[in-house]
Design a protein around this ligand. Structure first.
Ligand code: AMP
Length: 548
């Protein structure tokens, strides 16, 4: 319906990424953006560099609808790409640099990249696949400190190209539904699947995160006086979308480059980082670094996502004064779906109860409609026990998989995005993810939550890391198996039997059924991780289930 009162000159403000920049540029022009040990500048310079990058891309022939891919460590340059590429109407493809070269090649061809900005550390990979690019891809080399070190046949080095263009660019308006970003998620089978997000979705997601974090009471906030450092790679769901949030808020930002544990800790210490997010394995790694014992971590707030926060890890973090809590989402959800900030009355309770809440998956974020449903899309009771699949609606969900209508329809069946996660919800809206549909252990008609089992085992003082998987059993269908890495200071007396006894304690208290007591337990030096640092259950199943 047309609006009869609307002025012909009224500005119908489209939700474009460029609009996220107005407030930080106006209000915090000198606030710093830091890149590892390599340099720092203020938001004013950041704005200028976004314009320069837009000019560089234009000179390379990039126009609306073209795709610009990036292979870089977490850096100020990556942040500039987060803005400049979509702001000229092009699509930013954040390449998962931890995939195998063949998979990287697949994603570059599938996304139809036109330009690839590539850090010299990845030049060997690009060299080995470039002859199989299915279309002409212009390369731009990114060399730290501007010193080119590879033989890539590139259009130039990033900083040299930036120096050669102007610092002004008139970013146009266009439809807010224009695709802004794309990246690939690797499932348990098949080729990587492309998800994609529009300007409108990214702007609304940014506002959704701000609105989700702002009402936090005594912990778990993200505010203007914070110092932000991501420890989730920027290629993975736009660093969980938080770089956009940090920029909108104009906070000091620190980009750590390649993740080297003691360097991350040095940066936290030196730059006074107060807010980060990562998967559990990264936090585990950082806490086990000798430097972690020497520096003050008591001002650090850390969101754990991408996998369940094990209780043992949460306890270890709390002991160091870290404000740790969970959030939940996935590649297909931009990713923010829910977070587990504590209510004031929970903060007033004892540490154990606080831990319960910190390790829950969380409560729905603003604008998120989250349901737990059975196989016929009926809601299961919100009793904190009955499990079903988590399905969601929010304005920022991928509308499908790139060029894959069949999988897109499967993802969206019944008009809700199907997460493939199983969970329960209590009467106060707290979700607890109990498993991936594919990881749940089905034993004698009972569903054993692999995450619950891991949580219990992680609370054993000698357990550093643990994965629970099912192995086929003629009688019961499946039985649970544990793969455990012991802590360095674990005593000699720790064996499979002591782990079983520990789990039995939880059977007595009713936390798990007796079927959860694991039959097989193996102790290993390390547990395989996926390209985004999560426990790789697919690989563990291949390794342990086939050979046992
Ligand atoms: P990805 O698309 O790689 O980000 O993986 C998303 C998946 O990670 C989700 O579907 C969940 O299975 C898992 N996940 C993310 N956050 C959590 C969480 N807080 N607790 C349990 N599982 C999680």
């Amino acid at each position: 319906m047309t609006d009869p009162f609307k002025s012909a000159s009224a500005y119908d403000y489209p939700l474009l990424i460029k609009h996220l920049l107005h407030t930080p540029l106006a209000n915090y022009p000198d606030r710093e953006i830091v890149y590892s040990n390599q340099g720092r500048y203020g938001y004013r310079m950041f704005g200028e560099r976004i314009a320069r990058l837009a000019n560089v891309l234009k000179e390379l022939g990039v126009g609306p609808g073209d795709t610009v891919a990036v292979m870089d460590w977490d850096s100020n340059r990556y942040l500039e790409c987060f803005f400049a590429v979509p702001m000229i109407g092009a699509v930013l493809h954040t390449v998962n640099v931890r995939l195998a070269p063949e998979q990287i090649l697949y994603t570059i061809n599938h996304a139809e990249d036109d330009v690839l900005l590539v850090h010299s550390d990845f030049s060997t990979i690009v060299d080995s696949i470039a002859d199989r690019f299915e279309r002409p891809v212009k390369l731009v080399e990114i060399a730290d400190r501007g010193q080119s070190s590879s033989n890539l046949d590139s259009a130039g080095e990033f900083e040299r190209l930036m120096d050669g263009v102007g610092a002004v660019y008139d970013f146009p308006d266009f439809d807010e539904h224009t695709r802004a970003t794309t990246f690939y998620t690797t499932g348990t089978t098949g080729e990587p699947k492309g998800v994609y997000y529009s300007h409108r979705q990214l702007v609304l997601h940014t506002l959704g995160v701000v609105a989700g974090m702002a009402p936090a009471v005594d912990q778990g906030w993200f505010r203007r006086d914070d110092v932000y450092m991501p420890i989730t790679p920027m290629f993975h769901v736009h660093g969980w979308g938080v770089p956009y949030v940090a920029t909108l808020m104009g906070v000091k930002q620190v980009y750590p480059g390649r993740y080297v544990p003691h360097k991350l800790l040095e940066l936290i210490d030196r730059e006074k980082v107060t807010f980060s997010h990562c998967v559990p394995t990264i936090l585990h790694m950082l806490l086990n670094e000798p430097l972690a014992k020497e520096i003050d971590l008591s001002k650090w707030r850390v969101i754990i996502g991408g996998a369940a926060l094990p209780r043992g890890l949460a306890a270890a973090a709390l002991d160091r004064g870290i404000d740790v809590f969970s959030a939940y989402g996935m590649s297909e959800t931009c990713p923010f779906i829910c977070s587990a900030q504590l209510e004031a009355e929970v903060m007033a309770r004892d540490r154990d109860e606080q831990l319960d809440y910190r390790c829950k998956t969380g409560r729905a974020a603003p604008l998120v409609q989250m349901r737990i449903v059975d196989g016929s899309m009926n809601d299961v009771p919100h009793d904190g026990k009955t499990t079903g699949e988590v399905v969601v609606r929010t304005p920022w969900l991928t509308q499908g998989y790139l060029k894959d209508p069949e999988k897109s329809d499967e993802l969206w069946r019944g008009g809700y995005l199907h997460t493939g996660d199983i969970g329960n919800m209590d009467g106060d809206g707290y979700l607890k993810i109990t498993d991936r549909v594919k990881d749940v252990i089905k034993s004698g008609g009972e569903w054993i939550s692999s995450l619950m089992l891991e949580d219990i085992v992680s609370s054993h003082q000698a357990v550093g890391e643990v994965a629970a998987i099912g192995f086929p059993d003629e009688k019961w269908g499946e039985r649970p198996m544990l793969i455990i890495v012991l802590t360095e200071d674990a005593g000699k007396g720790v064996d499979a039997e002591s782990i079983r006894q520990h789990v039995s304690g939880f059977v007595e208290s009713g936390a798990v059924s007796k079927w959860a007591i694991p039959e097989r337990i193996v102790f290993v030096d390390s547990i395989a991780k996926t390209s985004v640092g999560k426990i790789d259950k697919k690989l563990l199943r291949q390794r342990f289930v086939r050979t046992n």
